[in-house]
Ligand binder design. Structure first.
Ligand code: PEP
Length: 264
C-alpha cells in the first residue's frame, strides 16, 4: 500500500505575514539548491493573517499544501472572530487541522464540537487533519488506546465514509508536544498500528489502509529519520521545528530518505 509521505508544519500563533514571506523565501532557496524528491507532500499551517502571503508563494510555484489551523463549525453568521471553511477555501487552503490538543485544552473544544467541524469541513471540500492523542496521566493509567479510540470514534461520528477519502490522522501524544520529549519508536509504532486498526473498524478496511497517519510531538531533524522509517508512520505534523524553513526542510529530507524516495 503506497501512501504519499506528508510533512506538515503547524506554526500556531507565530509568524506575521512578513515573517511567513521570509520563511517561504528561505525554503525556496533551499529547494533550489537541493531539490526534494518527488513523491513527498509538504504542507504548512500559518496563522490566518499569513494565509494569503503563503498562498501567493504557492501560486508562484512553492510546493506546499496550504493548511488552516482551525475552522468554525458553521459556514457563515454572527460568530465574531471566527473563520469559516468557505473563507479558508477561498484564500487557498486545501486542508484544515481539527482537534489539535491546544484547541481541546486551551479553548475547551470537545469531541462533539470537533465532529461537527469535521462534518462541515468534509461536506464542503476541505479535508481535515484530525489530531488525537493521550495526556501523560492517561498514558500512565494505561488508557492510551481507550482515549485514541474514543477521539477517533467521536471525532468521525458525523461524517460518512465516502467523505473521508482524504482524511489524515495525526497521532500527537500531548505529553510530547512542545516538550522536547518525543515518543519512542516503539510507542509510535504501537499507537499508529492501533489507530489504523481502529480506523479499519470505522471505515471499510481498504479505505482505512489508504489513509495517512502522521506522528506529531517534538519532531526535530535529529529524530525524524528513525520515526519515519516505521511502516505505519506516513509523515509528521511538526510544531516548533517548522518555524525555521531550514529545520522544516531537513525533516522533510529525512522523511524522504527514510521512505526510500528516489533521489533522497
Ligand atoms: C504540534 O503542535 O502539533 C506539535 C507537534 O508541536 P511540536 O512539534 O512543537 O511538539
Amino acid at each position: 500500500m503506497t501512501r504519499v509521505p506528508f510533512v506538515a508544519g503547524n506554526w500556531k500563533m507565530n509568524h506575521t505575514a512578513t515573517a511567513a514571506g521570509q520563511w517561504c523565501d528561505a525554503l525556496r532557496e533551499r529547494l533550489a539548491a537541493a531539490p526534494l524528491p518527488d513523491g513527498l507532500e509538504l504542507g504548512v499551517a500559518p496563522a490566518f493573517p499569513a494565509l494569503p502571503r503563503v498562498a501567493a508563494e504557492i501560486a508562484a510555484g512553492l510546493p506546499l499544501t496550504l493548511i488552516a489551523q482551525n475552522a468554525h463549525r458553521e459556514l457563515s453568521g454572527a460568530f465574531t472572530g471566527a473563520v469559516s471553511v468557505p473563507m479558508l477555501l477561498d484564500v487557498g487552503c486545501r486542508r484544515v487541522i481539527l482537534g489539535h490538543s491546544e484547541r481541546r485544552e486551551i479553548f475547551g473544544e470537545t469531541d462533539a464540537l470537533i465532529a461537527r467541524k469535521l462534518r462541515t469541513a468534509v461536506e464542503n471540500g476541505l479535508p481535515p487533519i484530525l489530531c488525537i492523542g493521550e495526556t501523560e496521566p492517561e498514558r500512565e493509567a494505561g488508557r492510551t488506546e481507550v482515549v485514541l479510540e474514543q477521539q477517533l470514534q467521536r471525532g468521525l461520528a458525523e461524517a460518512r465514509a465516502e467523505q473521508l477519502d482524504e482524511l489524515v490522522v495525526a497521532y500527537e501524544p500531548v505529553w510530547a508536544i512542545g516538550t522536547g520529549r518525543h515518543a519512542t519508536p516503539e510507542q509510535v509504532s504501537a499507537a499508529h498500528a492501533f489507530v489504523r486498526a481502529t480506523l479499519a473498524g470505522i471505515l471499510p478496511p481498504e479505505q482505512a489502509a489508504r489513509l495517512r497517519i502522521l506522528y506529531g510531538g517534538s519532531v526535530q531533524p535529529g529524530n525524524a529519520e528513525p520515526l519515519a522509517r516505521l511502516e505505519e508512520v506516513d509523515g509528521f505534523l511538526v510544531g516548533g521545528a517548522s518555524l525555521e524553513a531550514a529545520s522544516f526542510e531537513e525533516i522533510a529530507r529525512a522523511t524522504a530518505r527514510a521512505k526510500g524516495l528516489e533521489g533522497a
